[in-house]
Write a protein that binds this ligand. Structure first.
Ligand SMILES: Cc1cc2nc3c(=O)[nH]c(=O)nc-3n(C[C@H](O)[C@H](O)[C@H](O)COP(=O)(O)O)c2cc1C
Ligand SMILES: C=C(O[C@@H]1CC(C(=O)O)=C[C@@H](OP(=O)(O)O)[C@H]1O)C(=O)O
Length: 382
């Protein structure tokens, strides 16, 4: 499967085209909108989230709530568009609110130089994480394919600005209920309260914060992904997808960077076999992936998100018109978007897992794929 997105942050809308989705998969629009709603949540977001109330419109490829096998096109309208219509007009030129003071940490400076753009607006409009709204819609379609196989994708906030949640490896349904009830997607109320205070402090000081989120995929069979070619390794594909999220600066699986400090005897997950379970493990240091393939354990991947680049107390910059020292531009911004990023993470992981699953079990319609899937996975051992 593949998809592309288009659209500017303050343009009319965002769109995506999905290609290669099998037919007869039941798709609930409410389920997509639920993910879109969650992406808008999280303490620390700016005023833009009060303007937007994202809802997907399905333009093609789904009829009577089922995929037809044809390309699926999705659209989300920007409610902010009427406020930007003059500035963003595709035909009539406007020099209103030109941006010439690049923000350190954003795409502004390199983007303007690379594309030869005088107005940084032409960079920020597309580099903006507004684009992640449509990626979440795409991911919510992939999640509904995975649900046919009882594969679930979840995410939660692990830390913000250095404040960490209690560690957990309990990925039972009840854990997810707790996370879903929290505005910050954090399962630790005490930590969440401290995170909110820290966000208030950063906001008052004109600063911003980053953090860490974790995505967990449960219900996976052995053998999704492959070791035979570099670009088919599932961990590599997931890392690529996650690193493509605006502000994600690090990815680790299982014990991740900690494994580099531990002996092999404590890192690797010993192998057991029983008639009832087949091959199984009792630990998950590998984060569910060995040799670029799922090993039957939950996939556990964490992402480091850097602090938001736009600061209300701006950093030093240079005006690209005059080359004089100035303060970086600031229009409006989030202070912290780690909870939102965790929902985007969940979406891109769902997409990669769904794509790799289809490569493993093939088929043009969901019934054929499920038949092959059940036949292969009914064998407990080899
Ligand atoms: C959900 C989300 C919301 C974001 N909101 C903002 C924001 O309000 N202001 C800002 O400067 N950056 C924001 N960012 C981060 C920038 O988009 C990102 O840092 C920028 O595109 C540069 O890309 P890079 O950080 O991956 O190098 C956000 C990121 C995410 C994931
Ligand atoms: C619009 C979204 O996030 C935006 C991401 C973003 C950036 O630079 O990445 C900058 C801000 O844009 P604006 O200046 O319009 O407020 C955020 O609000 C969104 O997440 O839907």
């Amino acid at each position: 499967m593949r998809y592309l997105t288009a659209g500017e942050s303050h343009g009319r809308c965002l769109v995506a085209i999905i290609e290669g989705m099998p037919s007869n998969v039941h798709i609930s629009v409410d389920r997509i909108n639920e993910e879109l709603r969650k992406r808008q949540m999280g303490y620390g977001r700016g005023l833009r989230m009060k303007i937007e109330s994202d809802e997907v419109r399905i333009l093609s490829g789904i009829r009577n709530s089922k995929t037809t096998g044809a390309p699926i096109s999705l659209m989300i309208e920007n409610k902010d568009w009427p406020n930007w219509e003059k500035i963003m007009d595709p035909v009539v030129s406007s020099s209103e609110r030109m941006v010439t003071r690049p923000r350190p940490g954003h795409a502004d400076l390199s983007g303007a130089i690379k594309y030869g753009l005088k107005d940084i607006r032409d960079v920020l409009e597309r580099s903006s994480a507004r684009e992640t709204a449509i990626r979440v819609a795409v991911g919510a379609v992939a999640m509904q394919l995975l649900e046919q196989f009882d594969i679930e994708v979840h995410s939660h906030v692990v830390s913000i600005g250095g404040i960490k949640c209690k560690e957990t490896t309990d990925y039972s349904k009840c854990f997810w209920d707790i996370v879903e009830r929290s505005e910050m997607f954090c399962a630790d109320n005490e930590a969440e309260a401290k995170m909110r205070d820290l966000i208030d402090k950063a906001k008052a000081e004109g600063d911003s914060l980053g953090g860490v989120f974790e995505v967990v995929v449960t219900g996976l069979p052995i053998g999704i992904g492959s070791y035979v070619q570099w670009d088919r390794k599932l961990d590599a594909r997931l890392a690529y997808a996650l690193m493509s999220i605006q502000a994600v600066k690090g990815v680790e699986f299982g014990y991740g960077f900690k494994a580099a400090e531990m002996p092999g005897s404590m890192v690797h997950d010993e192998i057991y076999y029983s008639e009832e379970k087949g091959y199984y493990r009792v630990t998950n240091g590998a984060g569910g992936i060995e040799g670029g393939m799922t090993n039957g354990q939950p996939v556990v991947v964490r992402c480091a998100v850097k602090p938001i680049p736009t600061l209300y107390k701006p950093l030093k910059s240079v005006d690209m018109r005059t080359k004089q020292p100035v303060e970086a531009s600031v229009e409006r911004s989030d202070v912290c978007a780690v909870p939102a990023a965790s929902i985007v993470g969940k979406a891109v992981v769902a997409w990669e897992i769904a794509s790799a699953l289809l490569e493993r079990y093939g088929g043009d319609n969901i019934e054929d794929i499920l038949r092959v899937y059940k036949e292969i996975n009914s064998k407990k051992g080899y």
